[in-house]
Write a protein that binds this ligand. Structure first.
Ligand code: GLC
Ligand code: MG
Length: 546
């Protein structure tokens, strides 16, 4: 199959923008849509193919916009629909796609559907949400927990019933067992698809169906005693029978339009994750694979993960990888700053669509957040876990240059969250200038990925080496150059014999950005924390390869 026959969401790279933190254009300290428009040249220079925006809808912002008060509008903080249309047009003119964040599992408690639902027990929208009488001894109907701490139920005093929320108390859950809810959400999808958006990243798609009998969840015997939500096994609220049917109904709407994509947020073990491709691929095009985020940073563990995932993919199911997002520590913090380059090289050379989180191209680290500026509901509700589990740390403003406020804003009050203290060195302008910067490494990798069919759509196979800290794999595609990727997850300098791939190869990209030229594959130097992307000379045989 020629590369042209692959869909854009297969061969391309997705870049996640956290709009509040990307670029402020109106000097209120918050990023906005005009700010994104102003930075499209930069985005284009990253050789990414699609932009995914975290929510920009009207919202009281109890969960930074994942509490949607109106699915068909734009929060004034970010702009308005007219600015949105302009953004979409300019993104398309720049040859990129735009994905919206769809949050169908819950609304804000300020959404008019919920206001109606809550207004009385016999309101026609009452059962659009999940209401329940108190348990037999009073109190919540069962033991279900909110992800953000405390019970998953909040009492509505006026009607004497509890409503369900797996997240913040301001995020009541919609009831997809009610026949009118799905059609209403499908109309929301059409609203954006008609405007021309290229698809959706669908929030917590695996948690949309709940046990009809509201049975308690069992205690988790493996709980480490830290994050309260993990004290239960979520067999009554996650990945329930019926979820796939619902996912397929969302997908159907996406398929009413041509060339759109549906990405789903699914935190589940691999064998259950791959079911979200759906029967005969009728589910998500890309059920997000978050396992790199959760995997120990060890070559053997990552190799095992890649191979297990590859082996579980359904026929025709296209892989994808995520190395960081707005809910987890940044990858440079997770894998150590020294390994951040290896991590980017891994993400951009594996088989499958990579999703890159903004500022990861700079090797940006998570930022310590002083208690008095915390915004994340997890940190607010569970202050003792703010440092370990808080999410503000990964949501700080994009550092554009070394000037005061890093070129993110000129607001007198400063940005909504603190900048990285390193912004004078870790910023776009400075890294643009330095040939060996993270940014230039990122661009070299994305440029090559775009040019080389073996990297964007080619096959994957790994190599055995005698070193446990090395992950080496091949990417090949008929009729195109083949590439060998050697990643050193450890600190020691090593020499590898990878002559099974030929006598010599040319360094296409080195993580240090300093090495070039032809290397001898029988004695390949690989420094500590180094990654090499090598173009193989001549056809590859695959003797020792698995
Ligand atoms: C998803 C989002 C997260 C949000 C939660 C509730 O996990 O990624 O940021 O808090 O859903 O909407
Ligand atoms: Mg602004």
């Amino acid at each position: 199959m020629s590369v042209n026959e692959w869909a854009w969401w297969q061969k391309g790279i997705v870049y996640q923008i956290y709009p509040m933190s990307f670029q402020d254009s109106d000097q209120d300290g918050y990023g906005d849509l005009q700010g994104i428009i102003d930075r499209l040249d930069y985005l284009q220079s990253l050789n990414v193919d699609a932009l995914w925006l975290s929510p920009v809808y009207p919202s009281p912002l109890h969960d930074n916009g994942y509490d949607v008060a109106d699915y068909c509008g734009i929060h004034p903080l970010f702009g308005d629909l007219e600015t949105f249309d302009r953004l979409l047009e300019e993104v398309h003119a720049a040859g990129m796609k735009l994905l919206m964040d769809l949050v169908p599992n819950h609304t804000s408690d300020e959404h008019h559907w919920f206001l109606e639902s809550r207004s009385s027990r016999d309101n026609p929208k009452r059962d659009w949400y999940i209401w329940h009488d108190p348990g037999p001894e009073g109190g919540p109907p069962n033991n279900w927990l909110s992800h953000f701490g405390g019970p998953a139920w909040t009492l509505d005093e006026a009607s004497g019933q509890y409503y369900l929320h797996q997240f913040d108390t301001h995020q009541p859950e919609l009831n997809y067992r009610h026949p009118d809810v799905l059609p209403a959400m499908q109309e929301v999808m059409r609203f954006w698809l008609d405007r021309g958006v290229d698809g959706f990243r669908v929030d917590v798609i695996y948690r949309m169906v709940k046990d009809e009998l509201f049975r308690d969840e069992p205690a988790n015997p493996d709980w480490d005693g830290i994050f309260p939500f993990q004290s239960l096994i979520h067999c009554r609220t996650q990945d329930l029978a019926g979820t796939q049917k619902l996912v397929a109904q969302f997908r159907k709407v996406v398929d009413e339009y041509s060339d759109r994509v549906m990405v789903g947020e699914v935190y589940l073990p691999l064998d259950r994750l791959v079911r979200y491709y759906g029967r005969d691929l009728s589910g998500c095009h890309l059920p997000f694979n978050f396992h790199l985020l959760l995997c120990e940073w060890k070559a053997s563990a990552v190799r095992r993960l890649v191979e297990e995932y590859e082996s579980l993919l359904p026929p025709g199911g296209w892989p994808n990888w995520v190395a960081s997002n707005h809910d987890r520590p940044r990858s440079a913090t997770r894998v150590t700053p020294r390994q951040a380059r290896v991590s980017n090289m891994l993400l951009l050379t594996l088989r499958g669509t990579p999703t890159v989180y903004y500022a990861e191209e700079l090797g940006h680290e998570s930022v310590d957040i002083p208690a008095d500026v915390v915004r994340d509901p997890i940190s607010l509700n569970l202050p003792e876990l703010a440092n370990s589990m808080g999410r503000d740390q990964a949501r700080t403003p994009m550092p554009w240059d070394g000037t005061c406020q890093a070129g993110f804003t000129r607001s007198a009050e400063g940005p909504w969250l603190p900048l990285t203290p390193d912004y004078e060195t870790i910023n776009v302008a400075a890294q643009q200038e330095r040939a060996d910067s993270h940014l230039n490494l990122f661009r070299a990798l994305t440029r090559l990925r775009r040019q080389a069919p073996a990297l964007s759509v080619g096959d994957y196979s790994s190599l055995d080496t005698p070193y446990e800290e090395v992950f080496a794999f091949l990417r090949t595609h008929p009729g195109s150059d083949s590439y060998l990727i050697c990643l050193n997850f450890g600190p020691r300098d090593l020499q590898l014999d990878v002559s099974c791939c030929g006598a010599r190869a040319e360094i296409a990209v080195s993580s240090s950005m300093k090495r070039r030229g032809v290397v001898d594959l029988s004695g390949l130097d690989l420094a500590g924390a180094e990654g090499l992307l090598l173009r193989l000379c001549g056809p590859v045989e695959k003797p020792d390869l698995q």
